[in-house]
Write a protein that binds this ligand. Sequence first.
Ligand SMILES: Cc1cc2nc3c(=O)[nH]c(=O)nc-3n(C[C@H](O)[C@H](O)[C@H](O)COP(=O)(O)O)c2cc1C
Length: 198
Amino acid sequence: MFDYLELAKIRTSCRKYNKEDVTDDEIQKIIYAANMAPIGSSRYEDIHLTVVKNREVLDSLAEAVQERFKDKETISKIIGEVKGEEVPTKGKDDPFYHAPVVIFISHRKQDLQPGIEWANVSSVALAMHLEATSLGLGSVFMWGALEASRVLPQFDKTYLLDIPEGFEPLLGLAIGHSVIEPKARELTDKKIKINEIK
Ligand SMILES: Cc1cc2nc3c(=O)[nH]c(=O)nc-3n(C[C@H](O)[C@H](O)[C@H](O)COP(=O)(O)O)c2cc1C
C-alpha cells in the first residue's frame, strides 16, 4: 500500500520560507486533506477553515504575540531553558515566519464533549501538514499566535478572520516553500515513552 513512514521521515516544522507563493491548486489539495481528516462523531460542520494570504491581517494578529513575548518569564517557561540573559526569540517578530499563507482552523464553541474541539482541530492540522509535506511544501502548526490572542484579549484581532458566529479559532497552519531542502530523518522510537499492559 502506502509507506507512511517515508513521508514521516521528511515531515518537519518549517520556520523559514522563501517568497514563492502557494498556488490555488496546492491550497485546494490541502483543503481536500482537511476534509478527509477524521473528526469526532463525523461532525465536520463543527470545523471552519480560513485561508489567509493577507499580510496586513497576519501582521495585526502577530501584535498579540509581540506583546506576549514581553512577559519573558512565561515565554522562557514555554519555550524552554533560557541561555544567558536572553529569552529565545524564534517567532517573536512574526509568529507566522513570513509564510505566504496561513490556514486557520476554527471549531464551534461547545460544552457537549469538552476537549474534543482540540482533538478535532489537531486532526485537521496534521492532515494539512502531511499533505503540504507530500506536495513538497514547508508548513508548521500555529498555536502561539492564537494563544497570545486568548491570554491578551486586549490585543485580540481574530475578529479580522471573519469566522462564523459561535466558532473560535484554535489552531493554524503556516504554509510556504521552505528555504531548507527537506532531508529524510532517521526513524526513532525513543522520543515518546511507552508502557505495555500484557
Ligand atoms: C499542537 C502544536 C502546536 C504547535 N505550535 C507551534 C507554534 O505556535 N509555533 C511553532 O513554531 N511551532 C509550533 N509547533 C511545532 C512544534 O514545535 C514541532 O512540531 C516540534 O518542535 C517537533 O519538531 P518537528 O515538527 O520539526 O518534528 C506546534 C506543534 C503542535 C503539534
